[in-house]
Design a protein around this ligand. Structure first.
Ligand code: HEC
Ligand code: HEC
Length: 390
């Protein structure tokens, strides 16, 4: 089967258009007011911890101490905050017209809500290191902190909040990502985290985006991003950024995932569904900063036959060294996880990937996966790709 470069380029132009279209559609939020106030360190909560109230929806109890709860994206009466509003230094919950406050300037004081007033106990300093300190004007420096133990509520986790010594309490419990200060915006703003990362801030274990990657991606892809075969999650390091971005878009738009009888891509879609485009971009950037070591060889095949198949069918798009071709949208294969490539070829052949009419890149690849003569060819061609590992 042959395909001309001109046809391919037309196809690529089209696919970029459709892919972004689908993405915009998938993220159709209404405008909302304020945002999440999120702990930098995910600790044990996959989706992170965000400032929240007891109860949910209409049965929220504003008289009880404030808690943190697994983050949820979008507008929530009990989880959408503004900072420096109504006045400088205040943390405001628009839905209830209340302000965050300390009942007393005491270590381990609870965190409460009060009608906004001129009280000093509602005034905070948003420090450069991400800590939120009571602006008491005294040397007793207390910061907004979360408790050391978590409790599960259904699929989510929660912790108490407290005011604790800014200096003696671990960064893990005291560093926050503020909502953007704009009154109304259409999406969760990720800038404060990016700023923290630029400033080299964050607790033990590296800058905040690293923490987020460790919490959100590492359980499956490994802390080094080199993949965990036990989770069927591939090596990501060494893959080109444009390809990683496109695949994340494909999971969000469900080009990948959502197939009956297939659970891994569906799981992957589920785990990134709540992230914003800016966050997804940050993950890709973070992956680019991780060390790339060629994946171990785990499969066996007839390398000579594989070479014939590869040069005859695959090299035109993936390149003679299997390092990929951005112009054609084809990813790097050399040095990537061999078991994963075999699984993907199998999925392409069985309409579990590259089967959606708008997924033009995937459709193209599926055509060639289906052109492989037999199942053994999947192993043979991959065995040859293994010999190209840099
Ligand atoms: C629950 C486990 C799980 C979590 C959590 C997870 N992934 Fe995945 N990821 C997978 C699996 C499984 C696949 C392979 C899906 C398939 O077989 O189609 C995958 C595939 C991918 C791919 C496609 C790679 C390729 O070469 O096609 C990218 C990119 C990716 N994940 C990035 C991420 C990022 C970034 C995060 C964190 C925000 C993340 N994943 C979180 C399990 C997970
Ligand atoms: C017409 C160009 C073209 C040809 C020929 C082609 N591929 Fe691909 N391949 C692609 C594109 C484009 C993608 C990315 C699909 C997507 O975005 O989901 C891809 C994806 C893949 C993937 C998935 C990688 C990952 O990390 O998700 C594997 C494995 C792969 N190709 C192997 C092969 C093999 C082996 C051959 C030869 C039998 C081959 N390809 C032939 C264009 C091609």
């Amino acid at each position: 089967m042959k395909i001309s470069k001109i046809t391919l380029l037309t196809i690529i132009g089209l696919s970029v258009f459709t892919a972004t279209g689908a993405f915009a559609q998938a993220r159709d939020y209404d405008e909302w007011f304020g945002g999440n106030l999120m702990l930098v360190d995910l600790i044990d909560a996959e989706k992170g911890y965000c400032l929240d109230l007891e109860g949910y929806a209409s049965i929220t109890d504003t008289s009880r101490p404030v808690i943190v709860h697994s983050c949820k994206l979008g507008y929530w009466k009990d989880g959408t905050w503004r900072v420096n509003y109504p006045e400088e230094g205040q943390v405001y919950l628009p839905e209830y017209d209340l302000c965050l406050a300390a009942p007393a300037l005491e270590d381990e004081a609870v965190v409460i809500l009060e009608p906004c007033s001129g009280s000093q106990m509602q005034r905070f300093v948003f420090r450069d290191d991400g800590k939120i300190e009571i602006d008491s004007g005294t040397s007793n420096s207390l910061c907004l902190a979360v408790g050391e133990v978590s409790r599960a509520t259904g699929n989510n986790l929660r912790r108490q909040t407290r005011f604790a010594s800014c200096d003696d309490t671990s960064d893990t419990f005291t560093q926050w990502i503020l909502p953007a200060e704009d009154a109304v915006y259409t999406d969760f703003e990720f800038t404060p985290l990016a700023l923290l990362a630029d400033a080299g801030q964050g607790g033990a274990g590296g800058p905040p985006i690293g923490n987020l990657f460790r919490g959100a991606c590492a359980p499956c892809h490994g802390p080094a991003g080199d993949g965990l075969a036990s989770e069927f999650a591939p090596k990501l390091t060494g893959q080109e950024d444009w390809y990683l971005s496109r695949q994340l878009t494909n999971f969000v738009s469900e080009f990948r995932g959502g197939h009956e009888g297939e659970r891994w891509a569906t799981q992957m879609s589920f785990h990134i569904a709540d992230f914003t485009q800016a966050q997804l971009d940050s993950f890709v950037e973070h992956i680019g900063s991780l060390e790339d070591i060629s994946a171990p060889v785990t499969i066996e095949g007839d390398i000579a036959r594989g070479e014939q198949l590869y040069t005859g069918t695959c090299a035109a798009c993936h390149g003679p060294e299997a390092m990929g071709d951005q112009g054609l949208g084809s990813p790097r294969l050399a040095g990537m996880a061999d078991w994963y490539m075999v699984i993907q070829l199998d999925k392409f052949r069985n309409n579990l990937r590259g089967d959606k009419p708008q997924d033009i890149m995937g459709l193209q690849m599926a055509l060639f996966a289906k052109s492989l003569p037999d199942e053994q060819a999947l192993l043979d061609v991959t065995a040859y790709i293994n010999t190209l590992a840099p």
